[in-house]
Design a protein around this ligand. Structure first.
Ligand code: GLU
Length: 424
């Protein structure tokens, strides 16, 4: 079979369809046994919950929340929780499966899960956010836990939200359970280096890609969409590593300077102003145009479906390094592949976050904490090995890095399912 066969039939902007398309391709190339294929294509458990919250003015509102646990073959389910107005169950299903594949790509002993709450955190007070988080956690108590399902930050959730989850879980358990969630504040059992881990992982795989392609990172132009925990940190780390970050954006829009941005100054401006608008030493640029800038590395680090069949022809990057989950649709992926863009797929490129989440979980269970130097060193080892493992599949099967990453992941999960057997 050919790669990207019948890709035009995928519903383009449904992340679940995209995920399943890549899964199917990889499974076919691996000649995965039919029973394993059927088993691995489905999640293990999905819940929809209705979360009552007393709002600050005294009235009650009910929010919709989800948790999807995709696969437990290799260990407890692992994955973030996002708070956003447009969260859908299909999106959470896709993200949960991506966590299974991601954990397998970096070879850590977790399955995959994801959660979400349909809400607009910008419109919620701190008290409302806390009550929402606690009640969401309380309703999921039976299916969470260090040996069962371990949440983490994702879109619009941070260390504070993780601390509330840990506290709620611990109150019900009647003892402190630090390993119930990762991405916690350092004083509460968080790991050194966790906050930077996703951005650092991007840098490590980008360096590997440069080496593989025979390019020099010195002065290489980097364009970043997103200035949150992934994009903002990536900007700082790429800048420190000698790359030239020429553009960065947030949801409202971005800034561009072909000479390179003074990243520490830009990030400080953004921290104070909460926007890049009015930043004096660069031109404003809308998000859509930013993606089409000529550069060596483009890092989409915001949300899904940014690179589609509508703009993929116009991208002018040598390497696409996916900080977000699912930023590229399956159709766009084929176009990029045909155009020779080297794609570092999300389930490899952004796996630094969950890798250090794993380190955090290990440290919690040991009660012994590692220095940031040790964390970063181990992260580098994991990411470098994973890049090489994926590249080896890409070379051996003559496929793109994305298909190779899925193949590697499916191979690893399938091996474990085969060994355990399906309790059917
Ligand atoms: N939300 C992050 C991701 O999509 C981190 C998940 C985790 O650390 O469990 O990979």
């Amino acid at each position: 079979m050919r790669e990207f066969e019948r890709v035009e039939e995928v519903k383009e902007e449904n992340p679940l369809d995209s995920m399943l398309y890549h899964f199917d391709q990889a499974a076919q190339l691996l000649r995965l046994e039919p029973d394993l294929y059927t088993f691995m294509r489905h999640p293990s458990l999905e819940v929809t919950i209705y979360i009552p919250v007393i709002m600050d003015d005294g009235h009650l509102e009910v929010f919709v929340g989800y948790r999807v646990q995709h696969n437990f073959a290799r260990g407890p389910a692992k994955g973030g929780i996002r708070f956003a107005p447009d969260v859908t169950l299909d999106e959470i299903r896709a993200l949960a499966a991506w966590m299974t594949w991601k954990c397998a790509v970096v070879n850590i002993p977790f399955g995959g899960a994801k959660g979400g709450v349909v809400c607009n955190p910008a419109e919620l007070s701190r008290g409302e956010l806390e009550r929402l988080t606690r009640r969401y956690t309380a309703q999921l108590l039976d299916i969470l836990g260090p040996e069962r399902d371990v949440p983490a930050p994702d879109l619009n959730t941070d260390e504070q939200v993780m601390a509330w989850i840990m506290d709620t879980y611990s109150m019900h358990a009647r003892h402190v359970v630090t390993a119930s969630v990762t991405g916690k504040p350092i004083g509460l059992g968080g790991s050194a280096g966790r906050r930077e881990a996703t951005g650092r992982g991007l840098l490590i795989v980008a360096n590997e890609a440069f080496r593989h392609l025979g390019l020099s990172p010195k002065e290489a132009r980097v364009v970043i969409q997103g200035a949150g925990n992934v994009g903002g940190v990536a900007a700082r780390l790429f800048h420190e590593a000698g790359y030239k970050v020429i553009a960065i954006s947030d949801v409202h829009g971005g800034i561009f300077n072909p000479q390179g941005l003074n990243i520490p100054e830009v990030l400080e401006y953004h921290r104070v102003e909460k926007s890049f608008r009015g930043y004096p030493h660069a031109e404003p640029i809308p998000n859509a145009e930013l993606l089409e800038l000529e550069c060596e590395i483009l890092i989409p680090a915001a949300v899904e479906n940014q690179i589609t069949s509508r703009n993929a022809e116009r991208l002018r990057c040598r390497i696409l390094c996916e900080g977000a989950n699912g930023p590229t649709t399956a159709q766009a992926d084929r176009i990029l592949q045909e155009r020779g863009v080297f794609v570092l797929p999300d389930i490899l490129a952004n796996a630094g976050g969950v890798t250090v989440s794993y380190f955090e979980w290990v440290q919690n269970r040991m009660g012994y904490y590692w220095s940031e130097r040790v964390v970063n060193h181990r992260l580098k080892e994991v990411m470098t090995n994973s890049f090489r493992d994926v590249l080896a599949y890409a070379t051996r099967y003559g496929v793109s890095m994305r298909t190779a990453a899925y193949m590697l992941a499916i191979d690893r999960v399938a091996y474990d399912v085969r060994m355990r057997g399906i309790y059917a």
